[in-house]
Structures are given as C-alpha cells and as structure tokens.
Design a protein around this ligand. Structure first.
Ligand SMILES: Nc1ncnc2c1ncn2[C@@H]1O[C@H](COP(=O)(O)OP(=O)(O)O)[C@@H](O)[C@H]1O
Ligand SMILES: O=C(CO)[C@H](O)[C@H](O)COP(=O)(O)O
Length: 504
C-alpha cells in the first residue's frame, strides 16, 4: 500500500516500513526484555496503531518512535556483517560503539549437483541474519556494511547480478593464469599469486565462455552489498587490491586498464563509503528506515583489525580464524608476491601482511572446539614443544611462503593428544613469528605488540605460547569479531563527510 494513502503526511525522515513479520502481534502492546551479550534490549512485540499492519507506519519525530520501544535512547544504530570462512556474523552498535545485538550462523550447505552453491548459501545467510536482527532495533539502523573473505571472486551478469560461474573462493588458486598475469604486472606485484583475484579473472576469461560481454567482476562483499543497495559494479579499495587496484593513486594502473577484460572491473570507493539507500523492497521486508544507507565494505581480516582498534604503527592484529591472517600497521608500504606479502591502505597508513592457510581450519579437521578447550587445559604453555609441523588443511601455502605445492606436515603424531595439539599450536605460532620478522626484513614498521582476533583468540594457552615464541606482548583484542569492525565502517559511512581516519 503506498505510503500516502495510509497517512496524511508525506514520509518523514523517520518513516520506516512495518510489515507483518511473525514477531509482531498486531493490536496489542507487550514488552519483554532480552539480554544479548552485555546489552539489554527492550524487545517489544509492538503493534503500531496505524491502521492495517501491512504497509508503512510513519512517525513525525524520533521521540514518538522511541516511545515504541527499541533502543531506549532512540539513537542511531549501525549494522556490520562479517562473511568469514566458515560462517557469518552480525553486530549492531550504537553511536558510542556499544554492541546492542549480535548473532551468527553457519553457511547452509545448499548443493548444486555435488558442489556447494556458495552464492545461494551466502544470499540465504544474508537474509536469515537480517531476519535475526531484533525487529525492535531495525527502525533505528541508519547504515549497513559487510566484510567478506579477500579475493573471493564472483563473475556475474552485468544486468541481473546473477552469477555466471561458480565463485572462486579466497584460497582457491588458478596457477594456469599466473604466466600471463606475471607478463603484464610489475615484478612481485600483489596480483602475481595464483590465489589473486586477477588470476581468477584471467582464468575465467580464458575459458570458452560465450557471455563475456555481459559479465562483470565482483568480490563476495560487493555482491552481498549489491543485494541490499541494488547498484552493480561497486567495490572498495581493500577488496579490489588483489585484482590490481592501486590504493595509493586511487585507480587501476595502466597495465591493467589496457587489458581486454578491464571493462569488467568494478568502480572503487574507500571502505565505509555510502553507495546509496537500502533497496525499498528490502526496507519493507525487514522494517529498516527509508534513510538507511548501505556502505562499501572491506575484507574479513581488515574488519578484524578495525575491531581491535590498534591505532599506532607497530601494533598488529593476528586473526586466528580458519586461516592465519596477519595485519601490521606500518608507515611504509611493502609488497612482495614471492612471500605473499602485500599492503592494504588504511586511511594514511598501511596494513602490511598476508594470509597463511595454516590456522583454525587444520584444528577443525582434527579436533572439535570442545576437545580444543579440554586439551588446551593440559598444555604447559611455558614448555617449548619439540614437535615441528607445518599445519595446513591441504596442499598449498600463501604466506609467509607463496608455494601452491607446499605439503602439510603433521607427523609424527604422539600418543598424547594434548602433546599433539601443543605441537600444532606452537608450530602455528612459529609461522606467525616468521611472518612478522619477514615483514620487518622487507621494510615494514617493526611490530611491538600483537592483538588477537578470530575464533582462536579464546584460547588463553595459545596466546601465552605465541607470546613466548614471538617474544612480544600478545593479547586478545577487546573486540575480536570482524562483524564489529564492519559495524564501525557502517558508523563511519553514516557520518557527515569527514577526514577523520577510520580507526580513531
Ligand atoms: N579453543 C580454541 N582454540 C583454538 N582454536 C579454536 C578454538 N575454538 C575455535 N577455534 C578455531 O576457530 C576457528 C573459527 O574461527 P572464526 O574466526 O569463526 O573463523 P572464520 O571467520 O575464518 O570462519 C575454527 O577453525 C576453530 O578451529
Ligand atoms: O584468509 C582469508 C579468509 O579468511 C583472506 O585471505 C583474508 O581476508 C586475508 O586477506 P586480506 O589480507 O586481503 O584481508
């Protein structure tokens, strides 16, 4: 039903769409309190007495809206969503960066033949998580942003946005494209890695696909954000780094712009830039305000860095997720594809690092999370393990050695599982240490403190092992979830244009 026919006045800034979702109880007004994390949410089974529920309910000021429950102080809220390796999470924060709601879900294994249909899985996850955001908070959400796994590459139809090929995941490699990419890019450029976005694009381009002319390239986060803002072909300079975008000059270099597939490349904005208002159908479906904007995103490990709020050069964040992603805040830019080292831009500084395939994915192959907790308790973190492994979930390593043929090394396996886990955790810590010393040798600011994000951050024994191996202060970040970092991007995007750096 059009807005005007339901109410006399035209939609106001605080007009928002109320539909008849299952949680609403038309005609009555009841209040229940829910605790999410550390934050009490006044979740109201509110019915808003404005005629028939399906349609639009407009309030002519925030106070009136505030009386109907939701955020007690009626302030603006910001939604960040993290699409990581094994699942997705969201965080809703307020203007003071307090978490007001959070949730997560694993990716549904939607199959297409005998392969996972990742695009459908991500799309389903996106709208399931939006449905999970407390309905009483949605009318206050002013801005949304999403982070995704880096170099996860989608080739989609330039008109419909529908995938024309299965997504190329972050850790997939297309070595067949490497010779051509190396022939056009500068020596040791970030794209000179089989797992780079550009190698995936060139690999697809060389397939005998007929519909090249209607194809464009998007990254996972770009495509998910397109589902919300409806503007195809927009990315951010973090996600676009591995296709060859140069964030220092804010453009694609000539050696790339002159390629026959250059028309497929997305336009690029800074992370946390407003792309536009949320699509009306999505606003109606979920009850977001008409003024809710959708902002460009970033990659998952950069979102984790933003969440950790490491603001000085020399501070670093290690994301112990399925992979081990290292991000060191540096005043100097470093890149060398021989070691899988590259630099992301963060305002006027550089996030130097890379992502190793070691990490939680190996642990998950061997132990449940409960076993990890139980076995970790038995580890003496002050003792050095004599076991020397290179834990990988499969053949191939990206950083600190870029070797697609590197074999996992996880033997000999001792009788005692606690000793085995100790050896694995210590071996991963040695890889992390090698990574940080490599960055120093290549000219980055020397690391002086490491914060930890990701699922592994909960393991206190591992943090102590890493502190011993690194010889540096290592701690769990106050905020370990990348979704919190994505919410900070949404908060940034909603602010009036300012030169304030993101991580202040
Ligand atoms: N107690 C623990 N010690 C070490 N690693 C853990 C522990 N609990 C969970 N993990 C690891 O955390 C990883 C999940 O972290 P998460 O940040 O959610 O990953 P991602 O975002 O990459 O999907 C899993 O691979 C799991 O093995
Ligand atoms: O490992 C990964 C997925 O979790 C990604 O590669 C990770 O995002 C690192 O890439 P970037 O440094 O570009 O963020």
């Amino acid at each position: 039903m059009p807005i005007a026919s339901l109410h006399s006045w035209p939609p106001h800034k605080h007009s928002f769409f109320v539909t008849q979702p299952s949680k609403f109880n038309p005609g009555s007004y009841s209040r229940s309190r829910n605790y999410v994390g550390r934050t009490r949410i006044l979740r109201d089974n509110l019915s808003i007495k404005c005629g028939r529920m399906v349609g639009v309910c407009a309030f002519d000021d925030r106070k009136q809206l505030g009386e109907f429950g939701g955020v007690q102080d009626g302030g603006e809220l910001y939604l960040g969503m993290d699409f990581g390796t094994s699942g997705a999470r969201y965080a809703v924060i307020d203007e003071r960066k307090r978490v007001r709601a959070e949730g997560k879900m694993e990716y549904p294994q939607l199959m297409n033949g005998n392969a996972v249909d990742w695009a459908s899985s991500w799309r389903t996850t996106l709208f399931s998580l939006l449905e999970d955001v407390p309905a009483s908070l949605r009318p206050f959400i002013s801005s949304i942003s999403i982070d995704g796994t880096s170099a996860t590459t989608m080739i989609v139809d330039s008109k419909t946005g529908e995938p024309l090929h299965k997504p190329f995941l972050y850790n997939e490699s297309c070595p067949d494209a490497l010779p051509l990419v190396k022939s056009i890019a500068p020596a040791n450029h970030t794209v000179c890695s089989g797992s780079s976005t550009l190698c995936k694009l060139v690999h697809w381009w060389n397939l005998n696909e007929s519909n090249k002319e209607s194809a464009i390239l998007l990254h996972q986060a770009d495509w998910l954000l397109w589902l919300l803002h409806g503007k195809l072909g927009v990315s951010d300079y973090n996600n676009a780094l591995k296709v060859g975008y140069d964030p220092e000059v804010d453009s694609y270099p000539k050696w790339l712009a002159s390629q026959p597939y250059a028309y497929m490349l997305p336009s690029v904005q800074a992370p946390g830039s407003s792309v536009g208002s949320i699509k009306e159908d999505v606003g109606v479906q979920f009850g977001f305000p008409k003024y809710c904007i959708v902002c460009t995103g970033t990659t998952d490990s950069i979102a984790a860095f933003l969440a950790a709020n490491a603001t000085q050069p020399g501070k670093a964040v290690t994301s112990l997720g399925s992979t081990l992603a290292v991000k060191l805040l540096s005043t100097s830019r470093v890149e060398d594809a021989r070691y899988g080292v590259y630099s992301h831009r963060l305002d006027d500084k550089w996030l130097v690092g890379g992502a190793s395939n070691t990490g939680g994915a190996v642990l998950r192959q061997l132990f449940t999370d409960e076993q990890l907790n139980e076995l970790s308790e038995k580890i003496n973190h002050m003792e050095s393990s004599p076991l020397d492994y290179y834990p990988l979930p499969a053949v191939g390593e990206r950083f600190p050695a870029a070797d697609p043929n590197m074999e996992p090394r996880l033997h000999p396996r001792p009788e005692c599982d606690a000793d085995y886990l100790h050896g694995i955790l210590e071996s991963i810590a040695r890889i992390e240490a090698k990574a940080y010393w490599l960055l120093k040798d290549l000219g980055a600011t020397e690391v002086d403190e490491v914060f930890t994000a990701g699922g592994g951050a909960k393991n206190e024994k591992w943090i102590k092992i890493r502190e011993r191996v690194l010889g540096l202060p290592v701690s769990r970040a106050i905020q370990t979830e990348a979704a919190f970092g994505a919410a900070l991007l949404a908060l940034k995007g909603a602010q009036p244009k300012s030169s304030l750096p993101l991580n202040t």
